[in-house]
Design a protein around this ligand. Structure first.
Ligand code: DGL
Length: 280
């Protein structure tokens, strides 16, 4: 039986398959610290990157539903793979039945909106998971705002596990980072701006910078997603009023909480209270 959804103001939900969404949460909380937040990581089933459309859709649907049941009126998918493969379908198929007053936002559109202001020569590179690159979502969204931009994408298998297993600083990570950046530049040597189209990748930033030609701009998403949310609230004050302001943050994981805390160390900027949650 499906639980009824609470009809009172509540925290902002932020979801990711694993830890990556914490980079988005951090960006949002830097700019909008006054709100309450619930972060949900589906660590037990991460990574989503190589999974099929149906599976990513079903897992994401379960997570969003759970966050709604916990009182969130607004959920941010802090995951490009879920934004690419599940966001639209949930918005169109599920939300109207669950509660048309609630909202789900993704991370691809805010990045697409600003990218035309960041690239000078209109050659943009995309580093992301296999699922995001294959979905063509970035090309589609960027074309809506900036039809003159050429987007070249390369999938980076292993980058998410390197981060999830705390190997981002290890010498072994250099091989995988260099390999994908070389592959991207071989496809379009004129690229002047690279989107980190996976919320895990900012953790690999030092190595990404090490293997990228000087002058190429690297674009992590946290700041842009945060700006876009602030702008969204300005345009939708009715939704802003549905978000409580107690400056708190709760962390939920489908994995063991102790394991989450250990793995999340590099992402977390505070002592976190973490609870286990089941999704189905
Ligand atoms: N952090 C997710 C993203 O932004 C991907 C991680 C995964 O593959 O589960 O795409």
């Amino acid at each position: 039986m499906t639980a009824t959804l609470p009809q009172t103001p509540g925290p902002i939900g932020v979801f990711d398959s694993g830890y990556g969404g914490l980079t988005i949460l951090h960006g949002i909380r830097q700019l909008l610290p006054q709100y309450d937040y619930v972060f949900l990581g589906d660590n037990a089933r991460a990574p989503y990157g190589p999974r099929s459309f149906d599976v990513v859709y079903e897992f994401t649907r379960q997570a969003v539903r759970k966050l709604f049941e916990m009182g969130c009126n607004l959920v941010i998918l802090g995951c490009n793979t879920a934004s690419a493969k599940a966001l639209r379908t949930i918005q169109q198929n599920d939300l109207p039945h669950w509660d048309p007053q609630r909202r789900i936002l993704g991370v691809i559109r805010p990045t697409a909106e600003v990218i035309g202001q960041l690239t000078k020569n209109r050659h943009v590179g995309l580093l992301a998971t296999e699922g995001t690159v294959r979905s063509g979502s970035y090309e589609l969204e960027i074309r809506k705002f900036w039809p003159d931009i050429r987007v070249t994408g390369v999938a980076c298998p292993f980058w998410v596990p390197l981060v999830e297993y705390n190997e981002a600083d290890s010498p072994g990570a250099d091989y995988f980072v260099k390999k994908r950046i070389d592959e991207l530049m071989a496809k379009d040597d004129a690229i002047d701006t690279i989107i980190l189209g996976c919320t895990h990748y900012p953790i690999l930033l030092p190595k990404i910078l090490k293997y990228t030609r000087p002058g190429i701009r690297i674009v992590p998403q946290g700041e842009y997603v945060a700006n876009s949310l602030q702008d969204y609230f300005a345009r939708h004050p009715e939704m802003e009023l549905k978000c409580t302001k107690g400056a708190s943050c709760h962390y939920l994981t489908t994995e063991n909480p102790e394991r989450f805390k250990e793995g999340a160390q590099i992402f977390l900027h505070e002592q976190a209270k973490v609870e286990h949650i089941d999704l189905e």
